[in-house]
Write a protein that binds this ligand. Structure first.
Ligand SMILES: Cc1cc2nc3c(=O)[nH]c(=O)nc-3n(C[C@H](O)[C@H](O)[C@H](O)COP(=O)(O)OP(=O)(O)OC[C@H]3O[C@@H](n4cnc5c(N)ncnc54)[C@H](O)[C@@H]3O)c2cc1C
Length: 405
């Protein structure tokens, strides 16, 4: 066995699984991706990739390709729900890139998925392969699929998303935690809202108000506006990315909000609507030769915009730790990967939960204090966006916790 490169079965061909396969190949490790969808599909609207995610995309050689349709926002404007007043405006653009060493960009999720698939050219991607179980063997791991096929490998990486079959098979079912909120999201062509000239320049809008908030940003070279509107909704518990909501319900939830926002929401023809769940942070996500990655390992609410970024970081770290490993070294490398990644992703999971409450304060002294504090946001988020997953691996920097809030 000595001298042979490890072979890895990656279950799930989403953002994390494809990034892992590409990163593994660059590290000299063989990977095969097993994806349940019968063909490449990318559901979802926009995704924001910060400097921490971009560093990984750069290491995979795909950040330039994405730059052609990505949008770099000039600023983030926090706006008051009823008056429309900008309570804080923070420059992003060049100053963000200078500070964090890579850009902050808005992408269509499909563009990111396409770029990862193109980069995976030559890596076997088996579509229509729904994993139903995994198990360890004396010197390897096996993934089983609904069509009766089996993949034997030196390790199985479960990158199969929030409902991970790999996680369930290894650790048993865990309980989804419902946030009591749901998110409406849609892509609205810019030309459908000609009465909103303030959206002609690329800004990230964050509308904050009592019990609700809305994130708006342009994607696809500015042709489309992506929004995510988060509303309290204890009765809506459908945890799916592809369920349709009704524009009427959406507008009713934002009755009394500023017309600049409601005009945009009204222009969404068929908004998607999904109940927002996460899971409690895991105590472990590796057992022997089986590990988890991305949402399978650390599902998080979308309020830090970090789900995809963290999956990319995972992919880079996993591949770096498997570089140069022989098949016998794989379990130790997987343990190191989990140890490197768990504290950071746990902190971001917790922060994602806290952020919603902060964005949804009612008018009053707490909201006023929050607005005054927004100017310090870039400093408070530096531990997320300034993180270089690969550099940290080479030289762990103490003190990160000191900058966390
Ligand atoms: C459909 C979807 C749309 C999203 N849209 C947005 C967005 O618009 N904005 C945003 O900020 N974030 C979005 N997110 C969140 C963010 O993209 C995730 O945090 C990120 O995708 C995590 O990457 P992942 O690879 O871990 O999981 P995913 O991207 O969910 O990929 C998991 C993959 O595993 C496959 N899979 C699942 N089960 C099995 C199985 N049993 N066998 C084989 N394959 C399996 C799935 O088909 C999928 O391709 C979206 C997530 C999803 C799932």
């Amino acid at each position: 066995m000595a001298g042979r490169r490890p072979r890895i079965a990656v279950v799930g061909g989403g953002i994390g699984g494809l990034a892992a396969a590409v990163a593994l190949r660059r590290s000299g490790v063989e990977a095969v991706v097993h994806e349940q969808a019968p063909r490449p599909t990318a559901t979802g609207a926009g995704v924001a990739i910060g400097a921490n995610g971009h560093r990984v995309l750069r290491s995979l050689g795909i950040d330039r390709r994405l730059a052609t349709t990505a949008v770099v926002p000039l600023r983030v404007d926090f706006r008051h729900w009823s008056t429309g007043r900008t309570v804080a405006g923070l420059g992003i653009g060049d100053s963000y890139e200078q500070r964090f060493g890579a850009p902050f960009r808005h992408l269509e999720r499909s563009a990111l998925q396409d770029a990862l698939l193109a980069a995976a050219d030559g890596i076997p991607v088996r579509f229509g392969a729904r994993c139903t179980g995994v198990e360890q063997t004396p010197d390897g791991a096996v993934a089983r699929f609904a069509d009766g096929s089996v993949a034997e490998a030196d390790a199985v990486v479960g990158a199969d998303g929030i409902h991970s079959a790999v996680r369930n098979a290894v650790f048993g079912p865990d309980e989804a935690v419902f946030s009591g909120t749901s998110g409406y999201r849609a892509l609205v062509p810019l030309d459908r809202v000609p009465d909103l000239p303030e959206l002609a320049e690329p800004v990230l809008w964050l509308w904050v108000g009592p019990g609700r908030h809305v994130v708006v940003y342009p994607v696809a070279g500015g042709r489309l506006l992506n929004f995510l509107a988060v509303v309290p909704d204890p009765a809506w518990t459908v945890e799916s990315w592809v369920t349709e909501g009704r524009t009427g319900d959406l507008l009713a939830a934002f009755d009394g909000w500023h017309p600049s926002l409601t005009r945009l929401l009204a222009a969404a023809e068929r908004p998607g609507r999904w109940a927002l769940y996460d899971r409690e942070p895991r105590r472990a996500w590796t057992r022997g030769r089986i590990t988890l990655l991305g949402d399978a390992a650390h599902p998080m609410l979308p309020h830090h915009g970090q789900g995809a970024n963290q999956a990319l970081e995972d992919a880079a770290v996993l591949a770096a730790l498997l570089a140069g490993a022989g098949p016998d070294d794989v379990p130790a490398a997987l343990r190191r990967y989990e140890l490197a990644r768990r504290p950071r992703t746990r902190a971001i999971q917790a922060g994602s939960r806290r952020n919603a409450a902060c964005l949804q304060l009612p008018d009053g002294p707490q909201a006023t204090a929050r607005d005054a504090d927004l100017a310090t946001l870039p400093d408070r988020l530096a531990w997320i966006h300034g993180h270089d997953a690969l550099a940290e691996l080479r030289a762990p920097a103490p003190g990160e916790a000191a900058t966390r809030r």
